[in-house]
Design a protein around this ligand. Sequence first.
Ligand code: GLA
Length: 731
Amino acid sequence: MLRLVVPLLILLSLTMSVGWSAPGDIHIAIETKRTALVILVDKDQNPTVVHVGPKLDRADEYAKISGNGKRGEDYTGLYNSAYTPAGSRNLLEPAIQVTHADGNPSLDLRYVRHERKPVGEGIVETTVFLKDPQYPFEVELHYKAYLLEDVIEQWSVIRHTEKNSVVLHKYASANLYIPAQHYYLTHFHGDWAQEMNPVEEPLTEGLKVLDTKLGTRADLFQPPSFLVALNQPAEEDKGEVVAGTLAWSGNYQIAFEVDPLHNLRLMAGINPYASAYTLAPGKEFATPAFLYTYSNTGKGTASRNLHRWARKFRIPQGEGNRLTLLNNWEATYFDFNEEKLTELFKDGKKLGVDLFLLDDGWFGNKYPRNNDRAALGDWQENVKKLPHGLGYLVKQAEEAGIKFGIWVEPEMVSPKSELYEKHADWVLKLPNRQEYYFRNQLVLDLTNPKVQDFVYGVVDDIMTKNPTLSYIKWDCNAVIYNAFSATNPNPSHLYVDYVRGLYKVMERLRTKYPALPMMLCSGGGGRVDYGALRYFTEFWPSDNTDGLERVFIQWNYSYFFPAIATCNHVTDWGKQPIKFRTDVAMMGKIGYDIVVSKLDEKELEFSQQALKTYDQIKDVVWHGDLFRLVSPYEADLASLMYVNDAKDKAVWFSYLIKNRYRAGSVAPIRLKGLDPARNYAIRELNVYPGTKSAINATPQVYSGNYLMTIGFNPTVDTRRTSVVLELSESK
Ligand code: GLA
């Protein structure tokens, strides 16, 4: 009942929130439960952003906001435009730049009207309609407010009825204006196996741009996710933070401009690089969405907002279940056959996972996939390795009591493949240029509907022939070199149309297979964004599964993406003991990529027990709130906990990440997110066979108040490098 009443109340207050401060001045307040974005339309009908921050108690007072903290003269009146047009009087980085059909390279956008409507339980969409006074050229600014989650999803729709096509040179999804004394940007960079390294830097006057031009595998160097802290560097539970991420799996550009008035302008959208888009009259161009949340209680709240939003509204089965699995990639690489796999099914069953995932190497006959230099595109079972086909394997797995899933990389083609020989025009490459390969492969032209059918068919054929196949790992291991399509008449549409083509394929697959679990993989975390995560139940953060590295990698993804979507596998990477690797993998969706038969007796016993324990705690990790307690960037250890909604259960993970003398948890760690009035019993989980937990030796019961005020020492040290504790309400 409460679930229904709260959004209703918020909705009621929202309908009251349009105020008029002066004749001609309109304030449009886009509110969530705790935040507001306010657009002021001035007497000349210019739409400007005058507030991004906490919601006001009294909606009528939005009408009193005028200057948005402008410190001094704004020559154009456009510094805080809600969608800055280029070419006329704007002096700063634009959100949109076009050339009209008659060659005029300028745009003016004035407010026409706005409307607001509920578009789902707890979601209100506001649309602001803008128009060029001289040209039949319109832009709609869409703001979807997710009320309880404090998340705004913003995009724009561009259309015109000019006599001929208009060229869109830049077409951002969102344009914000945020005044503060100081700005601290946290962005992330990396490469293969070293994804998501954070850098926090003050923003100074001028432009700072995050972008990618890689086409596919777009996030290899830099993902489209960031935090901006206002006035002071971002803290976990303190301070004002905007967390933002672009829902787009291709080239993006996020520009931060501290303007001459020392206010922050933010433009986020598709990268204009090599992407001028010709828009015919009567057609629409819809940008991808920019997602953001504002918090004045630090990064922790911002991440929990995004997690809750993602679970409820974005990720398929985001509030549902996931399968644990055994993957054969690192166990066999390309070297396997039916007998070997059948043994691995039994190993998976013995271990206690739900599913066996057959990785790369199962396909290609003329050019068998025995290494990564051939066969992408030839998605037929290799008859030498798998003489009885996939159907036989699915059956064998099921007989062993385990589900079966499979790896595909359908967007790609190996130059050594029958597909390349038959359909060279389906491949992205330039005439008169040397072919450049990334992991020995090329990218298919997903702007071509025939290629879309082919790529769709790869998964659809497998699923049609094997209806009980239960999991798809969708990989994407190459960037786009020599970006050119043989069939797309507009070369500069390629990067945009590629992603749209990919989404069309995924949309078809999701419509036909709504419940199929699918992993989004891109040679590790080369493609982790909320555009793709509309279709995928989970993502592969990195090929780097070294337990120690993972503490950091998962920590950083956790700012934006929830644990239920984060696939963590226990493998042989790194020097950490299996307990450490397992504990780390439990902070998300656990899987294994090891040779089970090589585990010694204790390792096997530990892993079997860990999977049973995981069954008991996964609900809290998947569906609960994450609280980061001790940052590995600031201490000898990392510590974080998940608390369920009912606040009667929590799971707390701590890891030693430095090895110096006496490194460890020397003092109690204060917990978060508990109910102060309730009592909690603490019990250590994942205790390694043959060792004892001093914590479990005596009953440990504390109030939430005590644990959050004084804390508890999990006793992490060089002998106990990882510790998992469960807190259960004790009545
Ligand atoms: C990528 C993936 C790995 C594995 C290999 C197979 O690198 O990230 O997990 O699937 O491809 O070639």
